[in-house]
Design a protein around this ligand. Structure first.
Ligand SMILES: [Fe+2]
Length: 359
């Protein structure tokens, strides 16, 4: 069998009401003054106040940073660093969707290791220790709480940079279905489909190993069975498993083709993925068809059915992409790092074929 190196860095607390364990967990890790990175939606839903109260009960000060948006970019992370650098925080709590998780990791890189976000593009470039972090995901989607990568867009070029380091992992992830249940239905559908795509892509990459396969397979089972009913706990756990699979196996052509859509048109990541994934699985048939059938008979059709059931967009035209942009998009997709791990060698011509099918 093939050799591998597998290390789980994140302790997981799962269950309804588990967010109430935030205080004791943070105290156990030695938090006394923490930067609470949370998006606006979480403030409105009351989760930020609740987290603050729980932390205060354990004599932990929480200072809120929320000045960022979906798909955080280098300017937002810089703003976070500027906000936090004189606060003398000893830790970070991230509360929200993937954007909160990414933003927290990005701020952590800059606060502890200095420089610019671009300096950490790639893997293992942080020389100094980083602040301990707890992640509380409020959507069942990116699985970012299971990963050591921060996805941050360059504010000028809009290129999405994957900046990873083992020290950027969360010490603890708290998966509380009560927290994720407050996400709006449209957000849940897009995030859930993204999670499904993580399981599907991670299961067939050239980097996969026997342990990433276990997580990708288990993730697919949970997500496929619960996507339509939207059972929050199962979707959260599925998204988390898929996140672990990505950490070790990476992703493929659906993400390579999706990223340029978000960079150019601001397309919601899950919508771009919904349009592309069924076509990518068809396009990969010769290289990965046997593997896909381990997940589901007729996987491309199953993925298209789930997309339809959730009311997600199904064509590039639905997303408002002009046909004359396809060449430029294919060029951008061919430079995406994640395309390198696709089971069928993926290049500009392949990207153009996928976009054409998805139009
Ligand atoms: Fe994704």
């Amino acid at each position: 069998m093939q050799p591998f190196d597998f290390h789980l860095r994140t302790r997981v607390l799962f269950g309804e009401g588990s967010v109430e364990r935030l205080g004791q967990t943070a105290a156990f890790l030695g938090f006394t003054r923490t930067l609470l990175v949370a998006d606006e939606g979480l403030i409105a839903a009351g989760h930020v106040e609740r987290a603050r109260r729980i932390l205060h009960q354990h004599r932990i000060d929480a200072i809120l940073f929320h000045d960022f948006e979906a798909n955080p970019d280098t300017a937002m992370v810089e703003a976070g660093r500027a906000f936090a650098e004189h606060l003398a925080v000893d830790s970070i709590v991230a509360l929200g969707g993937g954007s909160s998780m990414d933003c927290a990791k990005g701020i952590n890189f800059l606060l502890t290791n200095g420089g610019r976000m671009q300096d950490y593009w790639g893997y293992g470039k942080a020389a100094r220790p980083m602040l301990p972090m707890i992640g509380i995901p409020a959507t069942a989607g990116t699985g970012s709480e299971a990963q050591s990568y921060a996805l941050i867009s360059d504010a000028e070029t809009h290129v999405k940079m994957a900046c990873g380091d083992p020290k950027a992992s969360f010490q603890v992830a708290i998966l509380d279905p009560d927290v994720a249940a407050s996400a709006p239905a449209a957000v849940r559908a897009a995030a859930g489909y993204d999670a499904l795509s993580h399981a599907v892509e991670a299961f067939v990459t050239t980097r996969r190993n026997p342990v990433s396969d276990l997580y990708a397979r288990a993730a697919f089972r949970l997500l496929d069975a619960n996507f339509e009913s939207g059972a929050t706990g199962a979707m959260q756990l599925g998204a988390h498993y898929a996140g672990i699979a990505i950490e070790h196996s990476m992703l493929g052509a659906a993400h390579a083709c999706a990223n340029p859509l978000t960079a150019r048109y601001g397309t919601t990541h899950g919508h771009a993925i919904a349009v592309l994934l069924p076509h990518v699985t068809s396009w990969n048939e010769a290289a990965a068809g046997r593997r896909y059938r381990e997940l589901s008979d007729g996987l491309p059709a199953r993925l298209a059915d789930l997309r339809l059931a959730a009311g997600l967009p199904s064509t590039l035209r639905d997303l408002g992409v002009p046909r004359e942009d396809l060449d430029g998009l294919a060029e951008a997709a061919s430079h995406q790092w994640t395309g390198k791990f696709n089971p069928r060698p993926f290049d500009r011509t392949g990207a153009r074929e996928v976009y054409e099918c998805a139009y």
